[in-house]
Design a protein around this ligand. Structure first.
Ligand SMILES: NC(=O)c1ccc[n+]([C@@H]2O[C@H](COP(=O)([O-])OP(=O)(O)OC[C@H]3O[C@@H](n4cnc5c(N)ncnc54)[C@H](OP(=O)(O)O)[C@@H]3O)[C@@H](O)[C@H]2O)c1
Length: 292
């Protein structure tokens, strides 16, 4: 990978708002490429690169955090009222900065239920769940903010430390089967690398405001679980039919099974030329197996 600092100018300073699973992976990677990356957290910690931001109790970053910032990545979901925590607290501040780029991590939930068909950025979003309506509103608010924003729609995120292996190890796995049901996924390293690829090639690639980042092979949950059990050398429990398991599932878990779609990565991988590190769950999970 090209040196991001040298390919974009070595004065890049990133603020990563919401340093959870994806945000921390991104921060770690761009630091290795020579950029400055400060990350937000809702709680005090000893990391010298971390600052406090919590929209829930009005804690906003100190003004000097924003000095010299060129890039922002928001990894924070809508708050319980459906508002975007970053825009709600920091829109005017961000608009006052000479930002080169703002990234927003969204979800493919905005596409709703395509009954197993492929969905792409060209499709009109048809959110089904309340949380997906909220997310679509946040996307709109980002677009209307006038900031140089690029929105990344993500399916289920997994990676070392957060995958089916953890669910198996902690006994939280539910082996459920539902006929013809598929899910799309993305390895956390591909979220980071795809964004870096787009930034490095910003001047030569046509700008797209909304981009899906998903792997090549949507598939059933059972295939993924079976693959993990095989790697662990363990016997997978007998699957329970969704219809039989439904009553015991939390409403959020049930809601995931109500949507069936295949998320297309054609724009990212064909039109824009990004090469996935982990094309499918098998190579991605092998990486998790070896690193967790
Ligand atoms: N997980 C998935 O499978 C998935 C799939 C598609 C899309 N997404 C979306 O993609 C984004 C990144 O996902 P992720 O799984 O990497 O996220 P994550 O690990 O859950 O991290 C979310 C971050 O947001 C921060 N945060 C939440 N509410 C906040 C608030 N009101 N004020 C300030 N900070 C707040 C959290 O702060 P603390 O660190 O202090 O907790 C955390 O750092 C999220 O928007 C997520 O909804 C996730």
């Amino acid at each position: 990978m090209k040196n991001l600092a040298s390919s974009l100018g070595n004065k890049n300073k990133f603020l990563i708002l919401g340093c959870g699973f994806s945000g921390s992976f991104f921060a770690k990677t761009i630091r290795k490429l020579g950029c400055i990356a400060l990350t937000s957290s809702r709680s005090e910690n000893k990391d010298p690169n971390s600052f406090l931001f919590n929209s829930e109790n009005g804690i906003v970053p100190n003004a000097k955090i924003f000095n010299g910032v060129t890039h922002i990545l928001s990894c924070i979901p809508p708050d319980k009222n459906g508002n975007d925590p970053v825009l709600g607290s920091l829109k005017n501040k961000l608009k006052s900065l000479p930002l080169e780029w703002v990234g927003y991590l969204s979800t493919t939930g905005v596409y709703g239920n395509s009954k197993g068909d492929w969905v792409s950025e060209a499709d009109k979003p048809k959110p089904l769940q309340n949380r997906s309506h909220k997310r679509l509103n946040c996307e709109k608010e980002w677009i209307e903010s006038g900031l140089p924003v690029q929105i990344f729609r993500l399916p289920g995120i997994y990676g070392p430390g957060r995958s089916t292996f953890e669910a198996i190890r902690t006994n939280k796995i539910r082996v459920i089967s539902k006929k013809n049901q598929v899910f799309s996924r993305i390895h956390v390293a591909d979220i980071t690398n795809a964004i870096i690829y787009l930034l490095q090639n910003k001047n030569s690639l046509k700008f797209h405001q909304i981009i899906n980042i998903a792997d090549d092979e949507p598939c059933s949950q059972i295939e993924v679980i079976q693959y993990c059990y095989n790697l662990l050398g363990l016997q997978m429990p007998k699957p329970i039919l969704f219809e039989d398991a439904k009553e015991e599932l939390s409403s959020i878990a049930q809601s995931f099974w109500m949507e069936n779609r295949r998320v297309s990565n054609e724009l990212l991988c064909e039109t824009l030329g990004y090469k996935l590190i982990y094309k499918n769950y098998k190579v991605g999970l092998r990486n998790c197996f070896l690193n967790s």
